[in-house]
Design a protein around this ligand. Structure first.
Ligand SMILES: Cc1cc2nc3c(=O)[nH]c(=O)nc-3n(C[C@H](O)[C@H](O)[C@H](O)COP(=O)(O)OP(=O)(O)OC[C@H]3O[C@@H](n4cnc5c(N)ncnc54)[C@H](O)[C@@H]3O)c2cc1C
Length: 409
């Protein structure tokens, strides 16, 4: 019997899921092209939390790579000798005191710079990946085993399978499953980035952050994490977020319909709200109405996609498979979406290498593993939004209970 060589896989999106899948298929000798709408130099330099279960799956799939080599390549503070250390304590942002200390069995996780992570994944193999930047998908026709895609720049390609790794606003999903719409979490989330000299970092941030790459600040129904996105010997590149539940129907800071340009504007109501907060350092130096005017700020609309099996199975019958946020975008609170995007790619690559000439079987095997994992995560992260934004009095009660439990042990 002659075994047919696997034919071309078309992957839309060079985010974490698309790049990981492209890299693993390339390493396994399965032909693929990754198409990305953006140019090669992208912004999105902020950092994300990589969790043990996510990075361990990636490292194993790449051939038992060591954690330290991943950390050296991607940790937010790698250029100053760090390994992305994550402090799990949650601090009262009005005093700087520890409210919730981490449990002794600390969760395996570290902070990674997103750009560095993408580059590291793309580079991790002997063969170069085929990534076509500036290719924004416009439309496609598909049936099992035969897919034709067309890009806004006029380029056309054909292959055997279309992989939708094109994020929460997936064009592929919009075209094949137009009734599936992302739902909006009733959350106000503002995000800003800025940089400081090393001296300024040592003066203002290091006293509370120490060597950690994130400082989780809790307030009365609002959160103020500050994270290191990147650092070198001269400068620290930092991000802040300010998040809280929506207050009533006319909350001026809740703008889910804002255009990309509008989302970058700083509303007067945000300046007033930040001005009214009683914050300790380092939050006071960052989240103040004067300082943020110098930062690059955007308001983030937190969305989730919860696709029922009937939908992804219908798409599979048309030669389309979803990866990452395109089928299970989840609230960013507690940082899991990027890890699931990587896990999806690892699991789909495993299924495809086990059945190289039967994409239908590979897709069915992939969803059987991935759907329960991601469905649980969507529920968990939606719940986490409520837990993270509770009144300060509740946090204090919780802290007291934890203390007395520890004494009683
Ligand atoms: C502020 C913030 C903080 C976060 N923190 C964490 C965290 O700590 N931990 C964590 O695990 N997750 C975190 N996440 C979530 C995580 O970033 C996402 O879940 C993850 O990036 C999803 O990966 P993806 O590959 O599915 O999609 P994306 O990363 O969105 O990639 C999709 C790619 O497709 C491209 N694309 C879109 N449309 C087209 C088109 N028509 N044609 C071609 N290309 C297209 C896009 O340009 C993009 O590069 C965070 C998200 C945000 C916004």
């Amino acid at each position: 019997m002659v075994v047919k060589p696997p034919s071309l896989i078309l992957i839309i999106g060079a985010g974490l899921s698309g790049l990981t899948l492209g890299r693993l298929l390339t390493n396994a000798g399965i032909p693929n092209i990754v198409f990305e709408a953006s140019p090669p130099k992208r912004r999105q330099g902020f950092s994300i939390t990589l969790r043990g279960w996510g990075y361990e799956a990636l490292l194993a799939a790449l051939g038992d790579v060591s954690l330290s080599s991943l950390q050296k390549g991607v940790a937010s503070d790698r250029l100053i000798g760090g390994a992305g250390w994550l402090e799990h304590a949650r601090l009262d942002n009005s005093t700087g005191e520890v409210l919730i200390a981490p449990d002794s069995a600390s969760v395996a996780a570290f902070r990674a710079n997103r750009n560095a992570l993408r580059q590291w994944i793309a580079d991790y193999g002997e063969e170069s990946m085929d990534i076509r930047y500036n290719h924004r998908l416009k439309s496609f026709q598909s049936k099992p085993g035969s897919v034709h895609v067309e890009f806004e720049n006029g380029a056309r390609f054909s292959g055997s399978l279309l992989v939708a790794a094109d994020g929460v606003h997936s064009i592929v999903r919009q075209q094949i499953l137009p009734h599936v719409n992302p739902e909006v979490i009733p959350a106000v989330v503002y995000h800003g980035d800025f940089s400081v000299t090393r001296e300024e970092f040592d003066r203002t941030f290091a006293p509370l952050m120490g060597k950690a790459n994130i400082i989780a600040g809790l307030g009365d129904n609002f959160n103020t994490p500050i994270t290191i996105a990147d650092a070198n010997k001269q400068r620290y590149y930092l991000d802040w977020s300010y998040s809280r539940p929506v207050k009533g129907a006319s909350d001026p800071l809740y703008r889910p319909d804002a255009s990309a340009e509008e989302a970058k504007q700083i509303p007067q109501a945000l300046l007033e709200e930040l001005g009214s907060l009683q914050l300790a350092e380092p939050w006071a130096s960052v989240l103040n109405p004067e300082a943020i005017q110098e930062h690059s700020v955007f308001s983030w609309t937190s969305r989730y996609v919860n696709m029922p099996p009937t939908d992804f199975e219908a798409a599979a019958k048309e030669g389309v498979v979803f990866l990452g946020d395109s089928w299970h975008a989840m609230p960013i609170f507690g940082g899991e979406g990027g890890n699931h995007a990587i896990m999806d790619a690892v699991e789909l690559a495993e299924a495809m290498t086990s059945s190289p000439s039967d994409n239908t079987a590979a897709i069915a095997a992939f969803y059987k593993r991935a759907a329960p994992r991601t469905g649980d995560a969507i529920k968990r992260t939606r719940q986490r939004f409520l837990i993270m934004h509770r009144p300060l009095a509740e946090w204090r009660d919780l802290a007291e209970k934890k203390k007395s439990l520890a004494i009683g042990r």
